[in-house]
Design a protein. Structure first.
Length: 100
């Protein structure tokens, strides 16, 4: 959608006893520094692991839909950086047991 590669990371929140897990799209990309993965191979392995979890949790269609529907885009050069949070709507117990 945004015309370039970006990085993703899970972020866990807890509000009023309700745990939530988001997939955040970060404006870090392999062609720019700073970059948090030591190589392209490590980056691709990270993306593969994220994809496998989304498949296991049945959230691929939801993530795709949210990406298509959002008006937000990941942006560098802002303080703080602009991420695109994608809510995963997982059961509270699964979110609480999740570890990065």
């Amino acid at each position: 959608k945004w015309g370039k590669e970006f990085d993703v990371e899970f972020t866990q929140t807890d509000y009023l006893g309700k745990a939530s897990l988001y997939l955040n799209v970060f404006p870090w990309s392999p062609d720019r520094t700073p970059y948090r993965h030591e190589s392209q191979e490590v980056y691709l392995e990270h993306l593969q692991a994220v994809a496998e979890l989304l498949i296991r949790w049945g959230r691929v269609a939801s993530v795709k839909r949210q990406i298509q529907e959002t008006d937000k885009s990941p942006r560098r050069g802002t303080i703080p950086i602009k991420t695109v949070p994608l809510r995963l709507d997982l059961p509270n117990e699964l979110v609480r047991s999740f570890r990065k």
